[in-house]
Design a protein around this ligand. Structure first.
Ligand SMILES: [Zn+2]
Length: 132
């Protein structure tokens, strides 16, 4: 089911327990969710950034409701990971990790993680991109 093209990433986590908590929360409101790449990361943690972390996926029809629910959950817990855009103050932002392909190649040939991956935040509403 994790390779189903109708499944879209709603959350990306560093640790398996975070992904399981997100999946459980989504299932508690009736959204079916699956976890992808958990075992890839468990086999070699250095691949976590290369594959984009441990992903929680939902069907495309449930994506917006899942995002809204997770955003609301973060706000209620006071631990919103989404910082507002510094131009338009929107919290509709996405994390962009660049250099994944390079990281996979580097890891493949050297067996070591590439420490210089860039993480940026892009505002969906105004398009501003900034480094974090
Ligand atoms: Zn913005």
């Amino acid at each position: 089911m994790t390779s189903d093209p109708d499944l879209l990433v709603v959350e990306s986590c560093k640790f398996a327990h975070e992904a399981h908590l997100v999946r459980s929360a989504l299932q508690s409101i009736g959204i079916k969710a699956v976890i992808a790449d958990e075992h890839v990361v468990a086999m070699n943690w250095a691949l976590a950034q290369a594959v984009g972390g441990i992903k929680v996926k939902v069907r495309s029809a449930d994506l917006q409701r899942a995002r809204d629910f997770l955003d609301q959950r973060r706000q209620q817990s006071g631990s919103s990971r989404r910082t507002p855009c510094d131009r338009c103050r929107s919290r509709n932002t996405r994390i962009i990790r660049t250099g994944r392909s390079l990281a996979v190649l580097f890891w493949f040939f050297t067996g070591q993680p590439l420490p210089t991956l860039r993480t940026r935040v892009r505002c969906v509403d105004c398009g501003r991109t900034r480094n974090v």
